[in-house]
Design a protein around this ligand. Structure first.
Ligand SMILES: [Zn+2]
Length: 169
């Protein structure tokens, strides 16, 4: 087990969180960090396509993902979804329904921690010009929602399957 240190005084914790620091009494919890993800649709029903980005950086570099990212501070997931698309695509999406919230894990800075991915449907305005942020994505493709590729994160695979069911109604 990786030893976890108290965020307040730096002493090694007696047990994996949730636990209490033996030196200073600080209570340490691990909670899922919220993120946003967006299934941007083109077309209707089972024939719809969704926008996927090829990740430019680790983790999961070179795999397909949905646009999105971590919620900043007190930012709502819906606000994060719009902001992340503006940053990653250079376009303002029209946010649709929440597809679901999915518990996953994320590796960053040699840590693996839980994330709660809040995934929405969205559309782009007609004729919207997309400009990728090369630090985030090296390629953009539209895939049929009926036949998505394996995505970088399992939460996205599950959300796409649920979105397909929503669209079939
Ligand atoms: Zn402590």
């Amino acid at each position: 087990m990786t030893v976890v240190h108290c965020a307040r005084c730096g002493v090694a914790l007696p047990a994996a969180p949730p636990s209490v620091c033996g030196a200073c009494g600080y209570q340490v919890y691990v909670n899922a960090r919220p993120t946003s993800g967006v299934i941007i649709l083109s077309g209707d029903g089972d024939g719809a396509e969704f926008l996927a980005l090829l990740r430019a950086r680790e983790p999961k570099r070179g795999l397909w993902e949905l646009p999105g990212g971590f919620c900043d501070g007190w930012e709502l997931p819906a606000e994060s979804a719009v902001r992340e698309c503006r940053e990653e695509l250079g376009a303002d999406i029209t946010l649709g329904a929440l597809v679901g919230m999915y518990l996953g894990s994320y590796e960053f800075q040699d840590e693996t921690f839980p994330v709660l991915d809040c995934i929405y449907l969205a559309t782009l305005p007609a004729g919207a010009a997309i400009t990728l942020d090369p630090a985030e994505a090296v390629e953009l493709t539209w895939f049929p929602i009926a036949a998505p590729p394996a995505m970088a994160f399992g939460t996205m695979d599950r959300a796409l399957a649920d979105a397909r069911k929503l669209l079939a109604r």
